[in-house]
Design a protein around this ligand. Structure first.
Ligand code: PHE
Ligand code: FE
Length: 291
């Protein structure tokens, strides 16, 4: 899910099926590739307890994701299907939006099969198997979050018809990728982009730089986002139930129309009506050094 996708061809590359899926070819991974997964897995699973929403850790557990090596999507899908009806399939890289949404609407999560190189351990531009599987799959074992992802896919297809894909992309970005959630007085991570990033797992919760603001659907749909650095604003939901209820119960079509005349909100802005958990000093962005 990114802006880069505008340039993707409409047909799948050679070797991919009509729905853009490819075999994971699990036995082709090298020992070095499995070792890279283990290294990333160890680092994040040591860091996340107490920071990530408990449902994420439950997901790692029930899916047996601590098993060494890059997960076999077939095995992972078997467990996941038994829990929530979801499965994980491999794709060559980013896929067109309609393809992505259609898979989600069918409770299928598409994941990259490749893993980052050692020199990319902290930063890479395209999501790899560690981001896609470690970051996204644990919460697909949670029934409420699993329903949200499916509803999101259906809503995505609808947004394409209504010419409002960018609004829905922002919703994905600020929930599925970079969402925070309340746990009593504390904030926890649930977004995959945070949970799979060592640096951002610290930054999103502890750094004084970013804003942390209560989730508001229209506010989110108006807010730009950064793809080149840590976020300048994070949105905090009260619960997965509340997120699912609000997005399912709201007809987005009139919202999209109403927002056509509403100006975008900058990545660092605080606006009237914001429920502020933390007003960011934006020191990180002002320093201008990418993450
Ligand atoms: N209710 C949304 C619509 O009318 C669909 C949706 C559900 C979108 C959940 C995102 C998440 O389009
Ligand atoms: Fe992602």
């Amino acid at each position: 899910m990114s802006d880069a996708k505008a340039t993707l061809p409409a047909t799948p590359p050679p070797g991919a099926a009509a729905d853009w899926t490819i075999p994971q070819a699990w036995s082709d991974y090298t020992p070095a590739e499995h070792a890279m997964w283990d290294r990333l897995f160890e680092r994040q699973s040591a860091m996340l307890p107490g920071r990530v929403v408990p449902a994420f850790l439950d997901g790692l557990d029930v899916l047996r994701m601590s098993k060494p090596g890059i997960p076999d999507f077939g095995e992972l899908s078997e467990r996941l299907t038994g829990l929530t009806g979801w499965k994980v399939v491999a794709v060559p890289g980013l896929v067109p939006d309609d393809v992505f949404f259609r898979h989600l609407a069918n409770r299928t999560f598409v994941a990259g099969r490749f893993i980052r190189r050692p020199d990319q351990i902290d930063y890479l531009e395209e999501p790899d198997v560690f981001h896609d599987v470690f970051g996204h799959v644990p919460l697909l074992a949670n029934p409420v979050f699993a329903d949200y992802m499916q509803a999101y896919g259906a809503g995505g297809l609808r947004s394409l018809e209504l010419g409002a894909m960018h609004r829905l992309a922002r919703l994905y970005w600020y929930t599925v990728e970079f969402g925070l959630i309340r746990d009593g007085d504390a904030l926890r991570i649930y977004g995959a982009g945070i949970a799979s990033s060592h640096g951002e797992s610290l930054f999103a919760l502890d750094d004084p730089s970013p804003n942390r603001i209560g989730f508001d659907l229209q506010r989110v749909m108006r807010t730009r986002y950064r793809i080149d650095d840590y976020q300048q604003t994070y949105f905090v939901i009260d619960s997965f139930e509340a997120l699912l209820r609000e997005t399912l119960d709201t007809d987005f079509a009139p919202l999209y129309r109403a927002l056509d005349t509403a100006p975008d909100i900058a990545t660092d802005a605080i606006v009237e009506g914001d429920r502020i958990f933390h007003r960011g000093c934006q020191a990180h962005a002002l320093a201008g050094k990418p993450a």
